[in-house]
Design a protein around this ligand. Structure first.
Ligand SMILES: Nc1ncnc2c1ncn2[C@@H]1O[C@H](COP(=O)(O)OP(=O)(O)OP(=O)(O)O)[C@@H](O)[C@H]1O
Ligand SMILES: [Mg+2]
Length: 486
């Protein structure tokens, strides 16, 4: 029987189309990334996106004047006692800032709130009317500026006022200049920043920058801070200073914690489950809700669901008379499973162990993800250390104390070296029939594979792995897989 399951298709995803760079502005691009699951909708970021879109629309009609370099002559020192710093005669070297210069943006806010991402999105969607653009980390930019200043001085003498000239050079290369992490920590930067920024603006350069601080907080307690105040005033007057007041630190949204399996059932077990539920479920609504799935007229109660992740306690999932058909149905409805509070299953709980192994097989075969909290290490899940010990003794190849030692050694490294331990178990005569031993050993080996980073991160659409495309492809693979399993 072959049925089509659309259940793995997550919402309507936008179709890529051929488009010119002028068709897509920051708003559309943000929408696209949200729809593709690459970004989460965030109302604070929305506000900034509006400002970015506004600036982009202005830039679509903005033409800056051709850059005219100041003459070298005008940059030579006058005989004034004051040199060029603050001197009236030299102020004229920098032209006035044109009235029609679009106001740039100064985005500041807490770490991880998305400033850099938003600026990059703006940079990527600049209209074709912007003939040249540069996006650079501010520290690199300043390093480059100092190099250029140095070169000018080498060529034209130490007392030349190189800043306006260098600014003109830079303006020729970038109509729009995007700085990441604007800051001022250095007196050498502090002394030139106002004139540098003013010169750039006078040549029609539009500045967009991110920073962790409000302009008023820049260069706090710096040497000769008073000389830096005009730079602050310039930033405040010529850029829209916007606080990205997002309460979310996106870097703190949990990336996969170190491992999917947690032992024992201690106080960390609960937070293990909670972290994974956020990562694998719907991070916006991690608070789980119950759902009901139907299989052949029967109902399966799923006690806790977030997004496409279902969480059962062992008792809820395996303690009842469930079987392969139920598990397959669950695999269709969810991409990830958390099973918490798994006890060790000794010989007497053979039924539970068998059922749980059937569940593990279903998860593995459908390529779903599995998170567990267990009372004992995985290799002891289906067999107690005593039982293993006993069995290895009875059927082991070596005997006596040497074997005792190897057993305790094996136990010690159970979790670290699963493969070796699986081999050991395979050799034991714990399981009467070959089939049972095989199922048991295979379950452990599958658990080991399902704990790999590759398994866990596959199909999550993580940007490092290819984002939406990877997720889409994975969705197809999984639904095909489920059809085959019918
Ligand atoms: N709306 C969102 N949805 C999902 N991920 C996001 C969202 N906004 C930002 N991120 C991601 O969060 C991480 C941090 O964002 P970003 O680097 O832009 O923050 P930042 O404000 O520049 O931080 P910092 O102040 O430390 O430079 C990045 O990996 C980014 O892609
Ligand atoms: Mg940043």
């Amino acid at each position: 029987m072959s049925r089509k399951y659309t259940v793995y298709i997550r919402g309507a995803l936008p179709v890529e189309s051929t488009r010119s760079p002028d068709d897509v502005g920051p708003i559309q691009e943000y929408d696209r990334r949200v729809a593709a699951g690459r970004l989460r909708e965030d109302e604070h970021q929305r506000g900034i996106i509006q400002s970015l879109q506004h600036l982009r629309d202005e830039l679509a009609h903005y033409r800056s004047q051709p850059v005219i370099h100041p003459t070298l002559e005008s940059l030579k020192p006058t005989k004034s006692l004051f040199g060029w710093f603050g001197s009236k005669t030299k102020a004229s070297v920098i032209e006035d800032i044109p009235n029609h210069l679009p106001r740039g943006l100064y985005l500041y806010g807490d770490v991880g709130s998305g400033k850099t991402m938003l600026m990059d999105l703006f940079y990527d969607t600049l209209p074709s009317a912007v003939k040249s653009k540069t996006r650079i980390h501010f520290l690199n930019f300043m390093q480059d500026v100092h190099k250029r200043l140095h070169r000018m001085k080498m060529e034209h003498g130490n007392d030349i006022d190189a800043v306006p000239f260098v600014a003109a050079d830079i303006a020729e290369q970038a109509n729009v200049l995007c700085f990441d992490e604007f800051q001022c920590t250095d007196v050498a930067d502090a002394m030139i920043l106002r004139r540098l920024l003013e010169s750039l603006m006078s040549h029609g350069v539009v500045l967009v920058t991110t920073s962790n601080r409000h302009p008023d907080e820049l260069y706090k307690n710096g040497i000769q801070r008073e000389s830096f105040i005009p730079a602050i005033n310039l930033l405040k007057a010529r850029l829209h200073v916007i606080n990205l007041d997002s309460p979310t630190d996106y870097r703190k949204i949990p990336r996969p914690p170190s491992g999917v399996y947690h032992t024992p059932l201690d106080s960390h077990a609960a937070s293990h489950v909670e972290k994974w539920l956020r990562f694998l479920g719907d991070p916006e609504n991690p608070e789980p809700h119950p759902e009901t799935q139907k299989v052949w007229g029967r109902e399966i109660h799923v006690p806790r669901v977030s997004g496409r992740c279902a969480w059962f306690t062992f008792q809820e999932l395996i303690g009842r008379a469930t079987g392969a058909a139920d598990y397959i149905e669950l695999m269709r409805s969810y991409d990830a499973f958390i099973v918490s509070d798994i006890p060790g299953m000794t010989f007497r709980e053979r039924d539970l162990a068998r059922r749980f192994i059937t569940f593990i097989d279903a998860v593995y075969e459908s390529h779903a993800k599995l998170v567990l909290t267990t009372a004992v290490p995985l290799t002891q899940l289906f067999i107690s250390p005593d039982e293993l010990h006993h069995s290895l003794r009875k059927g082991g190849t070596s005997g006596g104390s040497e074997n005792d030692e190897s057993v305790s050694h094996a136990m010690q490294h159970m979790m670290e070296d699963m493969d070796v331990n699986i081999e050991k178990l395979e050799e034991s005569d714990m399981f009467s029939g070959d089939e049972e031993r095989f199922a048991f050993v295979r379950a452990l080996s599958r658990l080991s594979e399902m704990s790999s980073k590759e398994w866990v991160e596959r199909g999550m659409g993580l940007e490092s792995k290819g984002g939406k495309k990877e997720k889409d492809e994975w969705t197809k693979v999984r639904s095909r897989q489920m059809e085959d399993s019918m």
